[in-house]
Design a protein around this ligand. Structure first.
Ligand code: NDP
Ligand code: HEM
Length: 489
């Protein structure tokens, strides 16, 4: 048997005794000079970092993205440059509202965050398992999240707050319908689709721009729990997702998703009857069919969950040449919000942590700051500002995005004006069979327990506009009728 390594302090000094504190006599008090004890206690006090303000509970794994179809006519991004190409990647799935210790099998939207370590730097696609979102203006995001988290006085989740906000925000109807449907409670991450949700942009080597949406379709099939099944699962295990994802990968059964895009030529954005940059809307497949691009496989568990999953920092601002943002105002807010959150949660140099570090040289001119443990490889210590005559890294205009024509008066435009919030939820409702509709009604009724009548009726009014059967189905499960006021709303 090989000799064990000698245990050390963080300073590298060998530790002689890790069982007994240094005391004045066998029954005496601990001596201040027992640095090993002090270090151990001090480190323990610093073991926790802030949890994510949303999406705190998560499960992740490493994987591979393989290009199966050529889409280089749409994007110059090197990740898509040739069929057969393989790119290492990281995935983290999550629930939105629960804290870090929340049970896994809870009804909630699931995060679907991906980091692709490409040869042009990291591309992060921070999506959900739903193609749309609850709000379309970022000014409403913190309010929405407050309704999902704990009430300041009761310290409990508040159904009243949720339905009050949703019933006053009809743009949430599409996402609420998905959340309350079967797909609102998947069995484990591998049994759900992922969506980039926002409209992003592609541009090709000729500078031609396309609008794009990303779709990750599960190859394991969709599997969901009913509320009753989930209650039983949570009673048995609060970590059912972690068990299933970790266990499956450990057994060598690697979950896979087909990776697809919808492509809209730049000029079409002026013609669609809906705003293609509205995050509460999908692009119907009939108009913009899915184009297959590749396959994503998760094939390696993290060796250290904290270092590789908890400290993973995904951000929609991590983009590569050929993939860009769009006029979606939610996306622009996210370009700010994530890196800001990471600097708070992980520190100034979060991108230098091994899990976040790109697999290409990093050549910024950022300086100093807490925990600056690395140096820039600019090749010359005198090149610490830009421009310089020292051969320091310089810009490369060939990676610039083609200009985007934008016009309009700066103003606070009412995002609810002229928006049909009911048509797409109706298309979804019409996809459901009778059993799915019945479970939808029950799930909503269960989630509305204790909510004041006025709020319930306001929400029924929205369901009624989608389809009278939707409102009546929910009302019947609640043992009430849809009021005339709600019908006329
Ligand atoms: P399609 O019939 O062409 O596509 C339906 C889409 O809905 C498929 O992506 C399918 O995903 C998904 N879907 C099927 N059953 C359910 C369900 N029970 N709950 C949630 N999603 C489901 O129709 P359209 O493209 O015209 O869209 C109709 C409606 O479908 C939309 O209003 C939207 O609510 C929903 N939808 C549309 C998507 C899109 O990008 N167009 C994406 C996801 C949902 P799968 O193939 O994995 O079963
Ligand atoms: C996490 C902000 C909308 C998906 C987060 C975090 C913040 C945030 C601050 C925590 C980041 C961290 O600490 O690591 C916002 C804002 C939004 C918004 C301001 C709107 C204006 C969305 C949307 C989606 C989404 C629309 C999906 C389409 C996620 C995911 C995570 C996350 C998946 C977890 C990432 C991970 O696994 O680390 N969001 N968010 N968010 N958000 Fe959002």
């Amino acid at each position: 048997m090989s000799k064990k390594k000698t245990m050390t302090t963080t300073g590298g000094g060998p530790v002689g005794d890790n069982q007994n504190s240094l005391t004045a006599g066998a029954r005496g008090p601990v001596l201040m000079q027992d640095y090993q004890l002090l270090e151990k206690l001090a480190h323990q006090n610093r073991e926790r970092i802030p949890e994510r303000v949303v999406h705190a509970k998560g499960w992740g794994a490493h994987g591979t993205f393989t290009v199966t179809h050529d889409i280089s006519r749409y994007s110059r991004a090197k990740i898509f440059s040739e069929v057969g190409k393989k790119i290492p990647m990281l995935a983290r799935f999550s629930t939105v509202a629960g804290e870090k210790g929340a049970a896994d099998a809870e009804r909630d939207v699931r995060g679907f965050a991906l980091k692709f370590y490409t040869e042009e730097g990291n591309w992060d696609l921070v999506g959900n398992n739903t193609p749309v979102f609850f709000v379309r203006d970022p000014l409403k995001f913190p309010d929405f999240i407050h309704t999902q988290k704990r009430h300041p006085r009761t310290n409990m989740r508040s159904a009243t707050a949720m339905w009050d906000f949703w019933s006053l925000s009809p743009e949430s109807l599409h996402q609420v319908t998905i959340l309350m449907s079967d797909r609102g409670l998947p069995v484990a991450p591998m049994y759900m689709n992922g969506y980039g949700s926002h409209t992003y942009s592609f541009w090709n080597k000729d500078g031609e721009r396309f609008w794009v949406k990303f779709h990750f379709k599960t190859k394991q099939g969709h599997k969901h729990y009913t509320n009753e099944e989930a209650t039983k699962i949570v009673g048995e295990s609060r970590e059912s997702y972690q068990e299933e994802l970790f266990g499956t990968i450990e057994r060598g059964e690697f979950p896979k998703w087909s990776v697809n895009v919808q492509i809209m030529p730049e000029a079409d954005a002026e013609k669609t009857p809906y705003n293609p940059f509205d995050l509460t809307k999908v692009w119907p497949h009939g108009d913009y069919p899915l184009i297959e691009v590749g396959e994503m496989e998760l094939n390696r568990n993290a060796d250290n969950y904290f270092a590789e999953i908890e400290q993973a920092a995904f951000s929609p601002s991590n983009l590569v040449p050929g993939i860009g943002v769009s006029p979606d105002k939610m996306l622009q807010a996210r370009v700010f919000s994530y890196a800001d959150a990471h600097r708070h949660r992980l520190g100034t140099h979060y991108e230098a942590l091994p899990i976040n570090a790109p697999k290409v040289p990093v050549n910024t001119y950022h300086m100093d700051g807490a925990m600056r443990f690395f140096k820039n490889d600019t090749g010359n210590p005198d090149a610490y500002y830009e421009p310089n005559s020292m051969d320091g890294p310089a810009e490369d205009q060939s990676v610039l995005e083609p200009p985007l024509r934008i016009s309009g008066d700066a103003d606070r435009y009412n995002h609810r004006d002229g928006n049909d919030d009911y048509g797409q939820p109706r298309a979804l409702f019409n996809l459901f069979d009778d059993g799915e509709k019945d479970r939808l009604f029950s799930n909503i009724a269960a989630a509305m327990q204790g909510v004041p009548d006025g709020i319930v009726q306001r929400q029924l009014g929205h369901f009624y506009k989608v389809d009278p059967a939707y409102a009546e189905g929910v009302a019947s499960k609640l043992g009430i009728t849809v009021s005339d006021e709600a019908k006329a709303a």
